[in-house]
Write a protein that binds this ligand. Structure first.
Ligand SMILES: C[S@@+](CC[C@H](N)C(=O)[O-])C[C@H]1O[C@@H](n2cnc3c(N)ncnc32)[C@H](O)[C@@H]1O
Length: 238
């Protein structure tokens, strides 16, 4: 692994997720939001790509909530992350659940892109870009890894006063759903910025959809409101 590949990893960010890893599959833990949005994003991805039989890469897979669920839909899934503990948790969970068509590896996405370009039908990169020093480099690597015509999905947090209020003040301080310091506001990404980076990587953005939390009903749903958490569906131009 060359030094260059390590530059785009924030060790402090990885350490945060390592420390929480044992609670990854507890639906009432710090990872509750990921558990709750998972059916929404899984169905969205499955509708666009028909996961059954597809070769899928999940970048920044953590404890494997999305990766394992895509494997259960019949995809052949590889999950990568730079955290060791989340990957061990992911591996163990798949083993316990008897899900065999998912594997996990600790490797920087830029390195995998150099080694295995154009090898996946679908690439997903969820709730990860806001934790890395250079998100555009991750996006470029995802574009390199997907086959021409293949699908790439990103999700992240928007950057505006409302997302500051919901994702940081609300989630970390008022509701205490997430540990304080989970998110850094200046790393949040506006949809226009994300879409510009995807365009530079030769990815065509088709749809941007909000993952919206209603604090009164405590329910997430897909909506046209992209103010806080949102997901983008792209394909690699052929
Ligand atoms: C909020 S979690 C999201 C996990 C998963 N994608 C999901 O949505 O269920 C962010 C993950 O990104 C990983 N991560 C952060 N920086 C990374 C990097 N540079 N390369 C790979 N993974 C990274 C962390 O270790 C953590 O597992």
């Amino acid at each position: 692994m060359s030094e260059q590949h390590h530059i785009n990893v924030d060790r402090e960010e990885i350490a945060k997720f390592e420390a929480l890893a044992s609670r990854w599959w507890d639906p009432n833990s710090e990872f509750k939001p990921l558990h709750e949005i998972n059916p929404l994003r899984l169905n969205f991805i499955d509708e666009k790509t028909s996961l059954n039989g597809k070769r899928v890469l999940d970048v920044g897979c953590g404890g494997g909530i999305l990766a394992e669920s895509m494997a259960r839909r019949g995809a052949d899934v590889m999950g990568i992350d730079m955290g060791e503990a989340p990957l061990s948790v992911a591996q163990l969970h798949a083993l316990e659940m008897g899900v065999e068509n998912v594997s996990y590896q600790q490797i920087p996405v830029e390195q995998l892109a150099a080694e295995q370009p154009q090898s996946f039908d679908v690439v997903t990169c969820m709730e990860m870009l806001e934790h890395v020093p250079d998100p555009s480099s991750i996006i470029q690597a995802c574009a390199t890894l997907v086959k021409p015509g293949g699908h790439v999905f990103f999700s992240t947090l928007n950057r505006n006063p409302k997302s500051f209020l919901f994702a940081i003040v609300g989630a970390e301080y008022v509701l205490q759903m997430l540990p304080k310091g989970t998110h850094e506001f200046k790393k949040f990404i506006k949809p226009a910025e994300l879409i510009r980076w995807t365009r530079h990587a030769n990815l065509k953005a088709h749809e941007t959809v909000g993952l919206t939390y209603n604090p009164l009903t405590k329910v997430y749903r897909l909506s046209s409101d992209v103010d806080v958490n949102y997901m983008v569906h792209t394909t690699l131009s052929e």
